[in-house]
Each structure stands twice: as C-alpha cells, then as structure tokens.
Design a protein around this ligand. Structure first.
Ligand code: SF4
Length: 356
C-alpha cells in the first residue's frame, strides 16, 4: 500500500505541520553544531558522535526514509538558509552544469572517504575542518543557485548515495524545504519515484557520475574497509594504500557493472542498479556493524562499544546475515510502490520558468 505522510501533491506546507518540521530542522542544526564544537573541545566524543553514530545510521535512513533525511539534514538547512531569508541569487543551473555538479559530487565522495583513514577518524580538528568546509560549500551554493540545485541535488557528496540507496522508500514525506517548486533540477530527486543515479543521462558528465557511483560504490566500500585507521601524521605516508585499495576494488566492481549492463542485463538497468545498491549497503553494514561492537577487522578501529568479551563469537555473523537478508530483500525483491521521497510542492510560474 502506498504511504504518504499528511499531504497531497501541490499543497502548501503550513500550520502545525510546518511548525513541526521547522522545529525538527532547527533541532538537527543545533545537534550538528553540537557535534562540530565537541569535535574541537571533546574530540573523542565528537568523533564517536559523528563517525560511530550519525554516519553508521545514515545508510539505513537513506534506504528506508530518504525524504526524512532530506527534510532535516543540517547541511541542507545551511544551504537553504539564504533562500529562506531572501538573499539567494536563485540562479538557474543549466543542464550541462548540473551534470558537472553531479560528477563533482561523486569525485568529492571518493576523495573524502579515504581521508577518514588518513586522518579524519582519529582527529577531531580535521573532522571539524571538513564540516566547516562542506558547510561553507553548502552555504555559498545555496546563496548562488535556486533551491536545492546547487547543493542538495548538486555538489553535496552524499546526494549521489541518496539516489543509489533511496529508490524504494518506505514512506513519502511532505516537502519541508521548498515552499514552491521552480523545477530547479530535472528530474527532481525529491519528487520523482524510482530515482536512481542513472535517471538523468543527457550529458557525458551525468552518465559518468551515475556509472562511477552505481557501478563503483560496492567495490569502493569493500576496499575501504580493508584499510586501517592511521594516527597522527602516519596516514600521509600511506596515501597509496588509503586511496589505492578502495579505487582498485572500485574499478573491479565498475567493470563488472559495465559488462553486465552491456550483456546479460542490458534490458534490466534498474534491477542491475538495485543489485549493486544492495551490494553496497550490505557491504557497508557487513563490516561496520561488527566493528562498532569491537569485532572489526582492525581491533580498535571504529568501535562505539566494545562488546567483544561479552557477546558470543558468532554474534557478528548473525548481524551480517540479518543485514544481507534485510537489504537484499528490500532493495531487490520487495514489491515496487513507486513512491517518491517527498511530495512535490506547488509549482511557481514565472516568465523564465515557462520557457523550460
Ligand atoms: S521540489 Fe522543485 S524546487 Fe524543490 S528541489 Fe525539487 S525541483 Fe527544485
């Protein structure tokens, strides 16, 4: 049964519902600021909150409720602030530039993730600096481009992952960010059902970004989990390992994806993308959940609570089996509901808009 929370397409979000979402957005922004300051003043706490709590929960939210995350993400709040307080340039992003932004987002993702092993996972200052940089990027792109085209559906390095994981949401939420739709990005990932990284293929950059993400992410994640965290400046002496292993295994899974999409699964691109998205998220939790409770490949890396002496040796296998069954079923086998992440807001007609 299709599920929508509270509204119909084209309705304006107002009253108590709007108040509820705004409160949630401010709370998440304050929580984000809390993580930022704890990274500086209480680095162990900040690192745990960011890398061992928030980030491990994120893929699950992106699979089940991408619309929820898109409504409350603190970076999205920062990016849309200029629009909300009336000083965004509202520049329209041309199609060619959209493709370039999407490719940049994928490159940023593959550039930033290995930095976690090099220094981010063990340095509060470095992680805080990263948050400052991406927060600044979100603000500037929101102050320049219309609605979410610059950051949330453009340069944000998480946005390609949202498209890969979020093709079968559990529920559709109201759009608590765009008060009117200006068709700022086509297709709009928030409003189009069955969105995926290769949904827009009009320019080479669109195609390349979709391929690198959908085909490459499972391999990249596998390689990433086989690199340890480095401490202090040690990581800078292991750049080849930090980047090389994830990129090499990414090249392998990308090659398999390309071969399958040209041969056996030529007519089933969406299914192929979902198999690879399931592979990526299963691979992530396969390694990440055991590590969180002290059963990781590299002892001490990414541990939230060390339960390795309290739980039986087979506990991680049970977790891994559950993850395999849940996400394979959800992303590959679960019946299609054709839900979008969010309900489209009312359309805003302007002279410029009518020419699109
Ligand atoms: S709902 Fe409309 S204005 Fe908002 S992000 Fe989507 S296309 Fe842009």
């Amino acid at each position: 049964m299709a599920r929508q929370v509270g509204m119909q397409a084209g309705e304006v979000l107002q009253g108590k519902t709007l108040y509820f979402w705004r409160t949630l957005q401010y709370l998440l922004f304050i929580a984000g600021a809390g993580i930022f300051f704890s990274l500086i003043f209480y680095p162990d706490l900040g690192i745990n909150l960011l890398w061992n709590v928030l980030i491990p929960v994120a893929p699950l939210i992106l699979v089940l409720m991408p619309g929820l995350w898109r409504n409350i993400c603190p970076l999205s709040f920062i990016s849309l602030l200029p629009r909300r307080i009336g000083f965004s340039g509202k520049k329209r992003l041309k199609l060619a530039m959209q493709g370039k932004f999407m490719l940049t987002a994928v490159c940023l993702l593959y550039l930033i993730l290995p930095l976690r092993h090099i220094m981010l996972d063990t340095s509060g200052w470095a992680s805080a600096a990263l948050l400052l940089l991406v927060g600044g990027g979100a603000f500037v792109s929101g102050a320049t481009y219309e609605w979410k085209s610059g950051w949330c559906s453009g340069l944000c390095p998480v946005s390609p992952v949202e498209k890969l994981y979020g093709s079968k949401p559990l529920v559709t939420f109201p759009n608590a960010q765009c008060t009117s739709c200006r068709n700022c990005v086509i297709p709009c990932p928030d409003s189009a059902p069955q969105i995926h990284p290769l949904a827009q293929q009009k320019t080479p950059e669109h195609r390349l970004s979709g391929l690198l993400l959908a085909g490459g992410l499972p391999g990249f994640i596998w390689g990433w989990f086989h690199v340890p965290d480095f401490h202090g400046m040690e990581g800078w002496h292991h750049l080849i390992m930090g980047y090389g292993l994830p990129l090499l295994s990414m090249a392998f899974s990308l090659t398999v994806f390309c071969l399958l999409s040209k041969t056996l699964m030529q007519d089933h691109l969406l299914l192929l993308i979902r198999i690879f998205s399931a592979a990526a998220v299963v691979c992530y939790y396969w390694y990440r959940l055991p590590a969180l409770i002290g059963f990781g490949i590299f002892p001490g890396d990414g541990v939230l609570v060390d339960l390795s002496r309290d739980l039986p040796f087979y506990a991680p296998w049970l977790l891994q089996l559950s993850v395999l069954l849940l996400f394979s079923w959800w992303l590959i086998r679960k019946p299609e509901l054709q839900l979008s992440w969010k309900i489209k807001p009312p359309f805003e007609k302007t002279k410029r808009h009518s020419r699109i």
